[in-house]
Each structure stands twice: as C-alpha cells, then as structure tokens.
Write a protein that binds this ligand. Structure first.
Ligand code: WTA
Length: 635
C-alpha cells in the first residue's frame, strides 16, 4: 500500500509511527512514488539543528512546474486546473485547463527569459488575485527565478522594503485591481515604491482595470503584446532539490520583515502530501481556498499543493462582503465546491450577518471545510460546522506558519475525530513538543507550554534571505536543538493540540501577522510622539485589534487629540498598510517599565482588555503609579 494517502485512524497511527521511527524510509517512499524527477537523491536529508542547516533530497534534480503541470497533460490535459471567479459576479468565470495553463506558463516563462531574467534572479510579483498571478508564479518556478509575491494590499514603503531586501530585478504588476466596490491603483503604488528601489530594471504590467497609468520609458512594458509573440512551449530549467523556489516575507516581533526562503524539492513533496490528506482531495473535486496568493496559504494551498495533485483550484478575486454577504456561499453553489478553506476572521464576520445569506444556497457539494491563520473560537467553530458544513463535513482546523511551508497539525477528514477549537494531531513526520519556562520538554497530557518542533520536516524554511544569523536566533536558540514556533499550545487528555496564540510580540489581526516593533517605530516618527507601546485586545471579528498607548512630546501636548490620532493612523496606513491601523489610541504620560527599561506589556494587555482584576507583581516596576493612572483614564 502507498504511503501517500491515510485511510483510517489505525493507518494514521501506523504512518505516524513509521514517520518518526524511520523518517528516511517514510519520506523516501513518498517522494519516490508520487513525483517526476530528472534525477533522484543520494540522501533523504541531512541537518544540524544548532546551526539551523537543513537539506532534503540531496542532489536530486527536479522542476516543480513539471510536477504541477506537464505530467498531468497526458491524463488530465482538458481537466480544469484553475477556475477564476472575478470580483464582480456579472463578469464571467474562466476555466483554465491544464493544457491551457501549460501554454500560458510556457509563454510567460519565455517572456521572462527574453527580458533577461535568469535562474536565481528575484522577481517581485505585486498582482491582484487574477490568473496572471498564478501564471507569473509558475513561470518563475519554471525558469528557476525566485518569486517574491508581495500581497497587493501593502503600501508603497512596505513594497520598497521587500523589493530592496531581496534585490529584485523585476516587478510584475497590473494597471490596477478590483476589491469589492473599490479599484486599487497598484501601478501607482509600484511607481512610488520604485523611486527608492534602484535594483529593479523592468516592470511588466498586466491589463486588468484599464485605468490610465504612467508607463516609464525603458522600464515599464505591457505584458500582453510580449505574450502574444512568445512561444507556447518551454523546456523547464533543471533545478537542484535545494535551489531556492521563493521568498515570502512575514512580520517578526522586531526589526524588518523576514524574507523566509523556501527551496524546491522538500516544499514540493510536503505541500503535495499534506494537500492530498488534509483536504481528502479526489479526482473530480473542486477545491477552493479563499486566501490571497500573497500569503503562504495561497502559495501552498491555492497553487502548489492543488496543482501538484492535478486538482481543480478556484482563484477568487473578490471579498466575502461584495456585492453582499452571500458571495462565498454563492460561489460554492455555482462551482460545486467540494473543499472550502478559509480564515476564522471571515467566518466571524459572516456569522454576524443574517443566516439567510447562507441558507439560500445549496452547499451540499461540500465535503471538507477548513480553517487557518489564527485560533478559531468555539462560537465560530460551531457556526461554521453547523451552517456551512451542515454537521456532515469534517472541519479541519489547520495549524501552520509561513516558516513551516505546509500544514503541521490538523485533523485528517474522515480519519481524525474533530474537536471544537483543536487542531488535533500532528501530521506524519511532524514531532511537536511543549516546553516549559526552564526549557524542559513537558511530558504527558493535559499540559500547556511553548510549542516547538523537535525534528526537521521537508518544507521548513531554510533561512531568512540574507540573514542566517537571525534565522538561527529567532527559531533555533530559544530552545536549543528545537524549532520554536512562537505559539503557545495546550495538549489535552488524549494528546490533541489546541493552539492558544502567540507568546511573542506578534499580534494576529484578521489573520495578518503584525509585529509590534515596526508599528511602534512608525508611530514614533510622528513629530508629536515621544514613545509608544502597542498591544492586542480581543475583537469580535478581527480576533485581535490594536490598542496603542502613546506618550506625547511637550510640543504635542497642546494639540487636538482626535486630529493627532487620525494623523498617527494615517502614518501607519502609509508606511505599513491599513491593516495595521490602531482601533484605540490612549495618550498617556508614561508607560509601565521595569528597572531595566523594558515595557511591561502584560499589564498594558490587561488594561486594553479591560481586565483590572489582577495585574500580578508590579513591584519590579520603576514607576508603579503609572498603572493606576493609565487604568483610570482607559478608553
Ligand atoms: C497562527 C499562516 C491557531 C499561529 C498559515 C501561527 C493559527 C501564525 C492557526 C502563522 C490555527 C495559524 N490555529 N493559530 N489553525 N494557523 N495560526 O505565517 O499564531 O501567516 O504562528 O501562516 O498564525 O501565520 P502565517
């Protein structure tokens, strides 16, 4: 029997044990039986946890797009690879077959090469959720260029930072993008971003909105005319297993965004394997993940995972609330979706609306429903399970990270019994452990601790682009010999995991990871601000919202507070993006600090939550009186 598909609970435990006892054999067989290689590996893996060095499928030669596209053509050439559902429901959906996808990727790959892009070059992709985004990503992978997709909601300075960090040679963007009833001027944002990005030589522009835009001579080119004359076939570049596939930026608790680097073969094997099992994908299913390809969820489970399995994957350009709150349910009915994968923040927002929106549609094609990005609270879990899944579709609460490349802890539908708010059991190959404050592994069940992974897996990020030291320090030094996730977790009486949330200074707002430090740095740039501290507080829909405690300079004291708050949020919006705006701003005269000068955030968190019951020990504070003052003035 193949190792690729898990059939029942007994089989899961057998596979899991095998993957822990004989990881080489386990992954060797999965990689061997389910992919096409130019050349197989000499060794399955090699690693050094202390130095944070990891290699999988050493010396194997492969191209991931051959596995995503070419090898399906004989059997599934006419099968739909991508269903494109536009923002506006009146615009017709597109069905792109595997044959057509091949031609489009080949043409795009030829264009990139004609424009001077070579293996190893970085290409920034800043596009809305349209088929060209998928095609651009795959074309980069086809020629061995490293794609760096930047979510098309980021501001120009956030784009500049990401382009410059990885020295991208090219940007692929569009004249604009649609999101609900808004049109976003993506090209304008890129023009502004590129004023400070000398490394970019060429910009390819996709036509989407037909807005008038500026085209800079010698730098900017419309894509379509280039595609029209390009050849429709392409010989894929032979890649080493460990050649970089992509960079994807994620926020850290401090400093600049981290360019997580993923490589080719391990990522391919793991995303394919987890997609197949976690979504129980069968040949004629239509799979839909509502994430944006600008995030890891979109990379692994809109594009690579599904296409590696020859699946039909939906790309949705719009938002859940446009033209009204039935949009998701309408699309499920329209395209007969079998697997639906979304985020708790979307579920919470939709659960607030009339149940009629859901009940008007036939959702009985659904087989599996999934959640990702943040903890799903009990109420949202039940609403999703009952009204969308009809209590018959297993709800897979999938825990993973940009850094992990693929899903790590999740129920396997029809195999693992689900339990509300629990991500449940680790997938084969994944060895989670909980650690206490003294860095000891916590044994047994009914315990909580910091979540670490004690053995490598194929799709782990290999480094932070340009900063291996930071990679080592962030992930492999808090608990020596283990990968530290930054999350806290609980293990129940049967060994199921529940992720309780971040234990570092990352706050997840509507599923987006935001580091406190970069936001504070931005606020502090305002001329009237002396110092600031950001914490998260619970929010009905967003999960968490941001609360800022801000100390003004003397010059700011006389100013109108409402205007100041507006200016501060505008600054954040310009520099980071609207998602990072503060829901509440409280001007204070001081911040609770320890004698070593560290802000005691746990106190601010309690105040922001409105929980004044027990601040714990505040005797180590330099200025304990400030706590009372902040509390009394709380918004
Ligand atoms: C959180 C998204 C609880 C967690 C794939 C993690 C979750 C961070 C879950 C990574 C889940 C993700 N339950 N929390 N099912 N999934 N998270 O890098 O805090 O955007 O560390 O990757 O999201 O976010 P990222």
């Amino acid at each position: 029997m193949s190792y690729y598909k898990i059939h029942d609970l007994e089989n899961y435990f057998k596979m899991y044990k095998k993957s822990v006892r004989e990881p080489r054999k386990f992954w060797d067989r999965i990689a061997d039986e389910n992919f096409t290689w130019y050349q197989k590996w000499d060794k399955v893996f090699e690693f050094d946890m202390e130095e944070a060095q990891f290699k999988w499928f050493l010396n194997a030669k492969v191209n991931i797009t051959k596995n995503c596209i070419d090898r399906h053509l004989a059997k599934r050439g006419d099968k739909t690879a991508i269903i494109f559902e536009p923002n506006n429901p009146d615009e017709e959906a597109q069905h792109i077959s595997y044959n057509e996808l091949y031609v489009r990727v080949a043409k795009m790959a030829n264009v990139l090469q004609e424009q001077g892009i070579k293996k190893g070059d970085r290409v920034c992709i800043y596009l809305p959720m349209i088929p060209e985004l998928a095609v651009a990503v795959l074309a980069c992978a086809r020629i061995g260029a490293i794609h760096s997709v930047v979510f098309a909601g980021f501001s120009s300075s956030a784009v500049t930072a990401r382009i410059n960090d990885s020295e991208c040679k090219m940007v692929i963007t569009s004249d604009g993008g649609y999101r609900g009833n808004k049109t976003i001027d993506l090209k304008g944002i890129i023009d502004e971003a590129l004023e400070k990005s000398p490394c970019v030589e060429k910009v390819l522009v996709v036509k989407r909105t037909n807005e008038t835009i500026n085209m800079k001579e010698g730098r900017d080119l419309w894509l379509q005319p280039l595609l029209d004359t390009a050849l429709g076939n392409h010989i894929a570049t032979i890649m080493d297993a460990e050649d970089p596939l992509f960079i994807l930026y994620t926020s850290g608790s401090t400093g600049k965004p981290k360019g997580m680097l993923h490589t080719t073969a391990g990522y391919m094997v793991y995303t394919a394997y987890t997609f197949k099992n976690v979504f129980n994908y069968e040949e004629n299913d239509v799979y839909w993940c509502t994430a944006d390809i600008g995030w890891i969820t979109g990379h692994s489970y809109i594009l690579y995972g599904p296409l590696l399995n020859g699946a039909t994957t939906v790309i949705f350009e719009g938002v859940p609330s446009y033209p009204d709150f039935s949009r998701f349910w309408e699309v499920i009915e329209k395209h007969k979706v079998s697997q639906f994968y979304t985020a708790p923040t979307a579920i919470r927002a939709l659960a607030k609306e009339s149940i009629d929106y859901v009940q008007r549609f036939q959702l009985d094609t659904l087989k599996v429903i999934g959640s990702v990005g943040e903890p799903i609270n009990e109420e949202a879990w039940h609403w999703y399970n009952d009204h969308v899944g009809g209590k018959r579709c297993p709800l897979v609460d999938t825990w993973w990270q940009t850094e992990t490349g693929g899903i790590m802890i999740s129920p396997i539908p029809f195999v693992t019994p689900t339990k509300p708010t629990y991500a449940s059991l680790p997938l084969p190959g994944i060895q989670p452990v909980l650690m206490d404050e003294l860095r000891n592994e916590i044994e047994g069940n009914q315990v909580t601790g910091s979540l670490c992974i004690k053995f490598p897996w194929p799709s782990m990020a290999r480094t932070i682009w340009g900063d291996h030291q930071r990679y080592k320090e962030t992930y492999f030094s808090a608990y020596p010999g283990k990968y530290f996730t930054g999350d806290g977790a609980l293990r129940d009486e049967v060994g199921y995991y529940r992720i309780t949330g971040r234990v570092d200074d990352v706050i997840i707002v509507s599923g987006h990871n935001l580091g406190t430090a970069p936001i504070e740095d931005t606020i502090n740039e305002h001329p009237a601000v002396a110092e600031s501290a950001i914490v998260g507080f619970p929010h009905d829909i967003k999960g968490n919202a941001l609360y800022g405690f801000i100390i003004l300079k003397e010059t700011g004291e006389g100013r109108d507070r409402t205007n100041l708050a507006k200016e501060i949020n505008q600054l954040i919006s310009d520099q980071i993006g609207p998602i990072a705006k503060l829901d509440k701003i409280q001007f204070v005269s001081g911040l609770p600090k320890t004698r070593s000068g560290k802000i005691m955030r746990r106190i601010l968190r309690k105040i922001a939550e409105g929980d004044f019951s027990n601040f714990g020990d505040i005797s180590t504070l330099l200025n304990p009186e400030i706590v009372e003052e902040i509390k009394n003035a709380k918004l």
